[in-house]
Write a protein that binds this ligand. Structure first.
Ligand SMILES: C[S@@+](CC[C@H](N)C(=O)[O-])C[C@H]1O[C@@H](n2cnc3c(N)ncnc32)[C@H](O)[C@@H]1O
Length: 229
């Protein structure tokens, strides 16, 4: 029985991620990312065909598909039934298991994971819950396990927000089918829970992670590789 104060992850998942029509156009909108570097990072940290990787907030399963070719057990986790439908059809013949659950409800079974991957999903959670999620992620991993995170994280001070967001929105797509528009970004800023880098990194530390690399693009997109102590 969930505690009465537990967050409703589905209610915070972003209504678009639950909408089959949005999900059908999701890959085109997000622009077919290349996961070569992510896979290379995990391999460089010792992951092999014997390794277990958990993808939290796996979405349409593109990373899970790439990971399945390299690692032994891939578990794709998402709260959205619509996303999981796409993920399941994409990875049907692969070594990908899928679980309908969230950062706060996924229960890992079997050997501790060698890596947890999460891309563009943690920002769905307010900061208190993000810290809880990072603590739960640390418990899924073996000591020395890797956390690879991509997310919209703000690498600036509050006083710089106008300037950074102005630049970000100016570079947005104009066709909503082809990418994220200025209105999409504005809605993200207003209603979702991207946090500041200088708040996120202490959360990683408290959860028991050492940050090995942190790279930022446009002061809003962060990519982290962390090792569980
Ligand atoms: C922007 S999509 C990113 C999907 C995928 N990781 C990618 O890079 O394309 C965000 C995903 O997070 C999922 N999500 C939202 N809240 C979640 C939660 N609390 N736990 C797990 N997944 C969640 C959504 O259903 C959606 O599939």
């Amino acid at each position: 029985m969930a505690a009465p104060w537990m967050l409703d992850e589905l209610a915070h998942a972003g209504p678009e991620h639950l909408d089959p029509a949005f999900v059908a156009g999701y890959d085109r909108k997000q622009g077919y990312p290349d996961f070569t570097e992510d896979v290379a990072v995990l391999r460089a940290h010792g992951l092999t065909k014997e390794s277990t990787v958990v993808d939290l907030g796996a979405g349409s399963g593109r990373f899970a598909l790439a990971a399945a070719a390299e690692f032994g057990r891939v578990i794709a986790v998402d709260v959205s039934p619509a996303m999981l439908d796409v993920l399941r059809s994409r990875t049907a013949l692969c070594n990908v298991e899928y679980v309908r659950a969230g950062f706060l409800s996924y229960e890992h079974a079997g050997q501790p994971a060698d890596a947890v991957y999460t891309r563009n999903a943690l920002h769905q959670l307010p900061d208190f819950w993000k810290a809880v999620a990072l603590d739960r992620i640390a418990r899924i991993l073996r000591p020395g396990g890797i956390l690879r995170v991509h997310d919209l994280i703000y690498d600036f001070t509050p006083a710089e927000a106008d300037e950074v967001f102005g630049r970000w929105l100016a570079g947005a797509a104009t066709d909503p089918a082809e990418g994220y528009t200025a209105e999409d970004y504005a809605e993200h800023i207003r209603t979702e829970h991207s946090t500041f880098r200088w708040l996120f990194e202490p959360m990683l530390e408290v959860a028991g992670f050492e940050v090995v690399t942190a790279e930022f693009r446009s002061s809003v997109y962060g990519a982290y590789t962390c090792v569980k102590r």
